[in-house]
Design a protein around this ligand. Structure first.
Ligand code: PEP
Length: 255
């Protein structure tokens, strides 16, 4: 069975309350009827409730950009999976490169978060990707393999359908530089092979692997048309409803 495209917007630390609401309403107007692509947005924590309301009960899923690995307790500043579910989140993004490289999150920490998110009933988008110097040193496959295998360690087979991998080369995030189709396809195919080894080939064939890194309306068709690219995690271009909608349309035409 072909994998359904999955396109998610990561708003990062952007928008005001009013802008976030307007953006969500704009997405509902443009994409509210789309049912052949799974769509999602991840606004900042503080706007989750407001964006939930603006999205209504439609097809655009709500998610968070991170969470902690405990459900409650003395963890000042943290937010838990039950809290995210409580405000209507379906998924959480974990291991984004900005959390790895700005905040210093490790694969082991990300794995603890992933296990908890899945145990608490959330879906997970696990981000992986190499730094430019790692690519230049020929370490891309090694780095990404470790991020995937440690990030998903201990995950049960029946939880796998709630996991999406986002391959996001760090050098392509927010830079305007995109991986070439050959570079993206090579790493996506490697990740699928790794997943086949971790689980089995049949399950790996069903798993969705998004590409992320300067995806724009102008390059989306080419990237989303690749055999092992099953969607996109979009940062900058997800902040404009027109651009996000154009990326979704490009994906629908190409798939
Ligand atoms: C991201 O933040 O996941 C991302 C891919 O950002 P951008 O699209 O801006 O490169």
């Amino acid at each position: 069975m072909p994998r359904k495209l999955y396109i998610a917007g990561n708003w990062k630390m952007n928008t005001s309350l009013a802008e976030g609401q307007a953006l969500a309403e704009g997405l509902v107007r443009r994409l509210g009827e789309v049912d052949d692509v799974d769509l999602a947005v991840a606004p900042p924590f503080v706007y989750l409730c407001a964006v939930r309301q603006a999205l209504g009960n439609g097809r655009i899923a709500l998610g968070a950009q991170d969470m902690f690995y405990e459900d409650n307790g003395a963890y000042t500043g943290e937010v838990s999976a039950p809290m995210l579910k409580d405000v209507g989140c379906r998924f959480v993004i974990l291991g984004h490169s900005e959390r790895r490289h700005v905040i210093g999150e490790t694969d082991e920490l990300i794995n603890r978060k992933a296990l908890r998110a899945l145990a608490d009933g959330l879906e997970v988008i696990l981000c992986v990707g190499e730094l430019l110097e790692q690519r230049h040193a020929g370490q891309t496959l090694e780095v990404v393999s470790r991020q995937v295998s440690v990030g998903l360690e201990g995950i049960a087979r029946d939880e796998v359908p709630r996991v999406t991998i986002a391959y996001e080369p760090v050098w392509a995030i927010g830079t305007g530089v995109t991986a070439t189709p050959a570079q993206a396809q090579e790493v996506h195919a490697m990740i699928r092979g790794l997943l086949a080894g971790m689980f089995d080939a049949g399950l790996a064939e069903t798993m969705r692997i998004q590409y992320g890194g300067s995806v724009k309306p102008g390059n989306a068709a080419e990237l989303l048309g690749l055999p092992d690219v099953d969607g996109a995690l979009v940062g900058g271009a997800s902040l404009k409803a027109d651009d996000f909608a154009a990326i979704v349309e490009a994906g629908r035409k190409g798939s």
